[in-house]
Structure formats: C-alpha cells, structure tokens
Ligand binder design. Structure first.
Ligand code: MSP
Length: 514
C-alpha cells in the first residue's frame, strides 16, 4: 500500500471574505492530513486561491484596486484565517503565480497540438457572475439556471475543448470505480446527467477585448483562458512546483469540494485529464452545505456565519469540533448558535474537559497510593459502554481499526461518535468503580483504575488530534507527555509517568450565558 496521500480543497475565489463554507472544506482536509501524518504517511495538503476571471476583475474595480492588489489583499485574508483555524496545509497555491501559469499554458499547448481544442463561432447566453455559457434550452425563465440572474446574449469566436468525446469514457470510469465520486447520491447524480444528456464541448477562452484578467492562450494572444480551465489545473500544477523532493504526488488521493462544484470537477476536470492521458484523481468527495437554521446562507439575507466570531468566543478547537460533530459529511447541515453552545458545554467542557481534570486531580490527590510510576503499560483497556448504545465492549485496538474505514469514507461523524463513546465510558467507569471508596480500602485496585483512565485519556488525546490539535496538545501537556512527534501521537505503547503531571487551566472553560 502506498504511504502517500495528496488532499486538496477547492481554491477559493478572492472576490469575497472567507466564510464557514470555506472553513468547512479546509478543516476537513486538515483532519485528513493530520490523521494520515500521525499514521506515518507522507502527506501533501494543498489549498489556495482562484484569482483570475471576470468576477475578480469586477470586485477589484469596485474597490478601486488593480486585480493584483485586490488578490494580494484577499489571499491574505484566507491565509490569516487558516492560521487562526490551525490549518496545516503544506502548500498554498495562487493561480496568478508564474509556476501555475506556465503549467496551464503548457497544457493548453499540448491539448491544441493533440487536436483536442478547436476554434469556433459561437452564440450563447452568458452569465457574468457565474462565468458560464448556457444554451437557450438551459435557461429557466430566460435566466441563469444556476443562480437565477440575468444572462447576456453573446456572439463571438472562441476556443472549445472537445469534451463531448469523453462522455462514454467518463461513464465507464465512474461505473468501474464506485469510490470515484462520493457520496453515492452525488455519483448517481453525475451518472444520471451523463447518461441522459448529450455532453457538449466546453468553451475555454475569452477574448481579451472583453476580459484581460486571465492566462493568455499560448497559440492565440488575443484570448485568455476560461477561469475554470485555469483553476482546475491547480491540483496538478502544484505537484510540479510547490512540493520539493521527488515524490510523485499526482494523482490526488481526494479532491474535497462542495456539492455545487461537482460538475466542474467530475466532468470538466476528469475529461481534461483523460484528454491529456494523465491519471484521474482517486476520489472526488462532494460535501453538503451549511445553512443557517435551514435557510441558505447568503450575503443578502445577512445570515452568513463568520468563523472568526465563533473562534473569538469559543476558540478554534470548539469551532472545528462543532462543524464535524453536527454534520454528516456529504449531507447539508444546519448551523445554530444555541446548538454550538450546547455542544461546547456538554461534550467539550463537561464530558472531556471535566474528565481530564477529574482524573488528573485524583491521581494527584491519591498520590499516596503509587510511587510516581504507576502508569505502566497496561493490558486492562476494556470498558463496557452503557445501555444507551447497547451493551458493547470496546477495546482500544478495535476502535483504532474501526477508524481506518471511517477515515477512508470521510465519515468524520462516526470517528467522533466512537471517541465520545470512549469518553463517556470512562466517565461512567469512574462512577461505577467509586475511586473515593477504593482509596479507603483497596489502593491496589485504585492504582489500576487510575492507570487505566490515564491511559485512555492519553489515547483520546491522540484520537482527537486531527479534529482539535490545540486541545490534544493541551491535554498532553497536562498529562506530562508533551513533545511527541506527529507520528507518535497515535502510538499506544509509550511509557508514562504520573510524576510529570502538571494540572493546568480547564481545557474548555465555562462560558457566561449570553
Ligand atoms: N473558485 C471556485 C473553485 C475552484 S476549484 C478548482 C469556487 N470558489 S468559492 O470560493 O466560491 O467556493 C468554494 C467552496 O466553498 C465550494 O466548495 C462551496 O461548496 C463551498 N461553500 C460555499 N458556501 C458554502 C456553505 N454555505 N456550506 C458549505 N460549503 C459551501 O467555487
């Protein structure tokens, strides 16, 4: 099995500020990157910004800036947010970088020489905000079928990528590789589209007279390339110039995207790669949308959730946790402030934070019962979870193995559910074993319990690492096991020493009622 993983997020448009939707995809990729790194994989995690095209040129003009000045500012707001959200990306690609532009031109040249690109006269309906051409029959009430805004009738000569040739090859690939497009609803959606429609060729140029903010077509200097054609290539161009060393990163392990940009990835990008004769990515995973109390988030409704507000109030770890504890990756989810607060108080402050402080306090309080080295490796690692989940014994190893499949399927909810079963089981075990009574009459048993709980917390600190790297580190500092390398975080058999415990502030401090 290869020990190499390459994860990507969409590259975000620099025409607006980052919001919860951008944060969602980027944190998901970060969770995967951290998980695989901690299992000893070599990982390339790429994110970045999509900086060409009409939308960006327009946004810059409205602010009285050149497109480049505007893009520099906005790219900065993304990198700032990623720092605040503890995103561990290895690369940040900007489509205006020379390295990227060179690869795009190279690819255009190759496809042109191979006869995959043709110049044609074209009349069509153009949606400026979406930068997409539509045919008459695509329009809904004369408007853009995607965003409902008005379209312009345009007649011009343009270059076309002969995408229609790849209709059958795409169907065959998707059918032969059930994991290529995930989840299944999205796969079926794409297959349905490909089987029931005639795939058109794709207009991939814009005359410079109409738009100059783009990458010049190398065989015709009067044109720039269509922004999506330029943007999709980032996934490949980054492997050519961003990561040093001689690992072959392409093909990507998984492109993480939102469901709204599924067609561009599964149809446009896949057929571009087929035409080039390059390998296809191993997976395209389209997640659902975050809504505000079941309404679509939009600037005009004023209900867009700003990640920075939540991070300011509850911290980065809580924000990361909330997003994946309260959504099924792949389905839509509904944001609510009250729900956020509840998750924070119940699962983070009480169930995890209190547990850590409780176990460490007991170890310190009952220190007469051990000689400072009591936390040996221990085989006693089994808890019985309570009736609400059915009686089931969980062994630590079972849980580790159970994660492997969850991460393969990007089922983050299931990972967290398993971790929280453990957390709750330890809490329940403390109530059952009554350490305060053992302290009076059975210090040997007490010692065993404290070791076991401590070891479990150690494991939990490793399991939560991909989701909450900050809280994971804080736990380890208090437990006296800091300084582990990333690939040691999930190790099970590291000797621990109670004498190194240093209790600190609560992991998730209680919040004032707002
Ligand atoms: N630039 C293109 C992507 C090019 S990739 C080669 C683009 N950029 S974007 O900035 O508009 O948005 C990118 C992502 O944000 C999409 O995957 C989209 O699904 C996601 N989201 C935008 N709003 C969202 C929510 N409310 N919830 C979840 N994700 C959503 O498209």
């Amino acid at each position: 099995m290869d020990k190499i993983k390459y994860f990507t997020t969409p590259i975000y448009y620099v025409n607006g500020s980052p919001h919860i939707g951008h944060a969602y995809t980027t944190i998901a990729a970060d969770i995967l990157a951290r998980y695989y790194r901690s299992r000893g994989f070599q990982v390339f995690f790429l994110t970045g910004t999509d900086e060409h095209g009409q939308k960006i040129a327009k946004a810059a003009e409205e602010r009285g800036l050149t497109p480049r000045e505007h893009a520099d500012l906005m790219a900065g707001s993304f990198t700032d947010l990623w720092k605040k959200l503890d995103i561990s990306n290895d690369g940040f690609i900007r489509t205006t970088e020379a390295g990227h532009m060179k690869v795009v031109q190279e690819i255009l040249g190759t496809l042109y020489e191979k006869g995959e690109i043709e110049k044609r006269k074209y009349t069509g309906w153009y949606c400026v905000p979406d930068e997409r051409f539509w045919t008459q029959k695509d329009l809904v009430d004369g408007k853009c079928p995607d965003c409902g805004r008005k379209v312009e009738n345009i007649e011009e000569e343009n270059y076309f990528f002969l995408m229609s040739k790849y209709q059958q090859a795409l169907i065959s690939h998707i059918e032969a590789n059930p994991g290529y497009i995930m989840p299944d609803v999205r796969r079926n959606e794409v297959l349905g589209f490909l089987k029931n429609n005639r795939l058109e060729d794709l207009c991939i140029s814009r005359p410079k007279a109409r738009l100059s903010w783009g990458i010049e077509i190398p065989f015709d200097r009067d044109y720039v390339t269509y922004v999506w054609f330029d943007a999709l290539i980032n996934y490949y161009s980054a492997t050519r110039y961003i990561m040093p060393g001689d690992v072959r990163w392409w093909p990507a392990t998984c492109h993480l995207i939102g469901k709204d940009i599924l067609t561009t990835h599964s149809v446009y990008w896949s057929s571009m790669l087929l035409a080039l004769g390059y390998s296809l990515p191993k997976r395209i995973f389209a997640h659902g949308w975050w809504m505000t109390e079941d309404e679509k988030m939009s600037k005009s409704l004023g209900n867009v959730v700003d990640p920075l507000d939540l991070v300011g109030e509850f911290g980065t770890d809580a924000f990361r946790f909330y997003l994946f504890r309260n959504s099924l990756f792949g389905k839509d989810a509904s944001f609510s402030y009250a729900g956020f607060k509840k998750t924070y108080e119940t699962e983070l402050a009480n169930e995890l934070g209190n547990l850590l402080s409780r176990v460490l306090s007991m170890i310190l309080k009952y220190d007469a019962c051990y000689d400072g080295k009591a936390a040996r490796k221990t085989d006693y690692m089994t808890f019985t979870t309570g009736s609400e989940y059915g009686k089931k014994e969980y062994k630590r190893e079972d849980i580790l193995f159970a994660f492997i499949d969850d991460y393969e399927r990007l089922d983050f909810y299931s990972v967290l559910e398993k971790i929280w079963l453990m957390v709750r089981a330890v809490n329940r075990d403390i109530e059952d074993k009554k350490p305060w009574e053992l302290a009076k009459n059975d210090t040997r048993a007490l010692n065993g319990c404290l070791s076991t709980w401590f070891q479990f917390l150690r494991i939990v600190s490793g399991f939560i690492y991909p989701f909450m790297p900050g809280a994971s580190r804080k736990m380890r500092v208090q437990m006296g096991i800091e300084g582990l390398k990333e690939e040691e975080i999930l190790d099970i058999d590291i000797e621990t020493d109670f004498s190194r415990i240093k209790k600190g502030d609560p992991l998730f401090p209680k919040k004032e009622v707002k």
